[in-house]
Design a protein around this ligand. Sequence first.
Ligand code: ZN
Length: 470
Amino acid sequence: MFQSRILAADAAPLVGAKPAPRPSWRDLDLTVDLGRDLFSARWWRGLGTLLSLVAFVAWLAPGLEPLTGPRAEWFDAPQAEQWDALGIGGLAAGSPTGLPMAETNAVTPLAEAPVRTTVALVGAIGPGNDGLTGLLVRSGTVAADAARAEALVRSAGRRLAPGTMVSFTLGASLAGGARPLEQLELQAGMDLKVRLARAGAGLAMSTTAIAVDRRPLRIRGKVGDGLYWSLRAAGASPMAAAQYLQAIATQIEVGSGVAQDDRFTLVLANARAATGEVVTGPLLYAGLERAMGAPLQLVKWNGQWIDAASSTSAAPRVSSGIFWPVQAPITSTFGMRFHPILHYARMHKGIDFGAHYGMPIAAAAEGQVIQAGWAGGYGQQVRIAHGNGLVTSYSHMSRMAVAPGTLVHQGQLIGFVGSTGLSTGPHLHFETLRNGEAVNPMGIRFVSAAPVNPGASAAIRARVKELLGG
Ligand SMILES: [Zn+2]
């Protein structure tokens, strides 16, 4: 019964039977898993495919042939001997090149070796405690002579700086191998030439003064396209140009306060020796005649730049300028910006300095610390009040070096750069506040009016006259 039903089902006519599909290259069963159905017909076919592929690759591959390299040179006996004698025999041929060679019978010992009776030397005094004695002893001078030479130069009131060049002559070697000092010449500073010469058992010193012209150096020019390069073109050294810019920045905005037709004057301390040596000292005077605005006549007075031109009032004014709290580039300025952590545009109320972790932070101006502690997103923060409603703040510090109430002077260490609070990395966020309102630090100038004794006013003007005249 069961069977007949199956038979019946088998016997049922096939309705809509599909024709056999056409063979396609896709049906080619080439990728056989050789780990399954071992030794089946399909497995053997797979192995055959693999081996024929390997054979095909081996047939395609270039052949392996030995590379030809430099061949070792082989000489016949007489030639090899010659090359060996010259010390350039082939190493591959077992050459003794580089080995010390024994003398032959042709070498005869010297009956006596010549001795130099005098040695002329030039040396420089080394750093630290080397001194003239150190240099001379190092060069083979008898210790007593070296000490005597140093004592003589000291008696001329001169201490020799490291790097001072000394030319000297030593006599014939004594029993111990050291040589006596015969003669010595050096320049002690810019204006004195010292000469030592043997006199019997001792040394005698003679000195020659070198004329030095100490009139200050004056540089004048027009601002033109750029102040810095005009200064350089007029002959100011990079150092002098930088000092000039720093000086006038204490009074005016160098970026916008200087025009093309303005004329600058620099007076620098200068010393010209008759020997040709020139030493240019610090900036003594920085003047600027301005087409628009009052002229500047700045003189260094008690370590500060004082404008003698504005001293028509009771006394000259002193402006110490702003002092950047860290020596680092500004990475973000005052104004609107997109906050990297909070992800929305907001006002950036200060200046960011891209300083390294741990860099010292200095007070921008003299004042009193009114806060030193945690201030929310600002992290560890120091605030300094400078009077006249002016406050500076320094944020994200890693460590603070002052406590509330501390009186600080300009440039005093107040803490170290860090990344505390809302900060993506070590930097200093510096703010200036005027009556509680954040203002652009770029526009701030800490002006303290008339700390100069009014009586000094005349002296300052006399100094300017002296520097500009003559
Ligand atoms: Zn900031």
